[in-house]
Ligand binder design. Structure first.
Ligand code: NAD
Ligand code: ZN
Length: 266
């Protein structure tokens, strides 16, 4: 470990010592070491021909429901085929420990995967929704659709878009004419208001905000560390690459979530 890295971790530990309320803000980088690519890194395969901005929209879902559904389904199966890493697990343990001391570790994530939950942590706010719950695209009725796990062949294939086996989205059982979609926030859609309110409450009452694996450019999520800081929280950022937040963070740790979180918890 480089010396400046060691110093940063030591400084972060000082802020965390005795902290009763920790807000953890996570982005795609939190899941990278589990094998789920961040947008920036995902320049191959499924992302080569279409950017998420083109495909993950309500318009695309309405124009080409089978393509968008099959693409989302494939992402969901990939997510289910990987495991949470040590960083996810540590957050689960840390959360239980703080709760026993009447404190809190509130997780606010931009990720639509379920790796925090599978690391035995509760997520306070899924700002961009979740890939594993569904509703009707037309009438909004919640759906109890359950995702099928992928066969090893389907997973190994990691197909490109033009090789996807197209499946139609299942029909809604309530209105009969709509089809179902996952409860994720598509480009151009509003964030769930309750999740954003919960996130704001959590960061404003936090002693420390840990900002992990997010590029800090997607709004309004990027405003949360600023709100935390304005309310008096210390900001610790974990990201191998600098972001617009790094300079203003109280401590910036230039390493990965999987390396740093276990070090901070120790
Ligand atoms: P992003 O892809 O824009 O940025 C990811 C950040 O993580 C980068 O700053 C990168 O330097 C950092 N990073 C990469 N590897 C890391 C590691 N091992 N440890 C720590 N940091 C690491 O992602 P974003 O800021 O979360 O926002 C973009 C959008 O992408 C979000 O809306 C999110 O919903 C969506 N997204 C979600 C997933 C997922 O659910 N797992 C995956 C890809 C994209
Ligand atoms: Zn319906």
């Amino acid at each position: 470990m480089r010396k400046d890295l060691r110093t940063a971790i030591r400084d972060a530990r000082v802020h965390l010592e005795g902290a009763q309320r920790i807000a953890v803000l996570t982005g795609a980088g939190m899941s990278a070491e589990s094998g789920i690519a961040t947008y920036r890194d995902a320049q191959t395969g499924l992302w080569e021909k279409y950017s998420p901005e083109q495909l993950a929209t309500a318009e695309a879902m309405s124009d080409q429901p089978d393509l968008v559904w099959s693409w989302i389904l494939h992402q969901a199966r990939v997510i289910r085929s990987v495991e949470p890493h040590e960083g996810h697990n540590v957050l689960g343990t840390w959360q239980r420990e703080l709760r026993e001391k009447n404190g809190a570790l509130d997780i606010i994530t931009q990720n639509i995967d379920d790796l925090h939950e599978r690391g035995n942590a509760d997520v306070l706010a899924h700002l961009h929704g979740s890939t594993f719950s569904f509703r009707c695209f037309e009438c909004d009725a919640p759906s109890d659709y359950e995702l099928q796990t992928a066969t090893p062949e389907q997973l190994a294939a990691r197909p490109e878009l033009d090789q996807l086996v197209l499946e139609d989205p299942p029909p809604c059982t309530q209105c009969q004419h709509g089809f179902i979609r996952p409860n994720i926030v598509l480009f151009g859609e509003m964030l769930p208001q309750q999740a954003m309110n919960d996130a704001l409450d959590a960061v404003r009452s936090a002693d420390v905000a840990l900002v992990v694996g997010t590029s800090n450019i997607v709004q309004p999520a990027a405003s949360l560390p600023i709100a935390a800081s304005a309310a008096g929280a210390k900001i610790i950022e974990i990201n191998p690459n600098v972001t617009p937040l790094s300079e203003d963070a109280d401590v910036y740790i230039a390493d990965t979530a999987g390396n740093v979180l276990p070090e901070l918890y120790r």
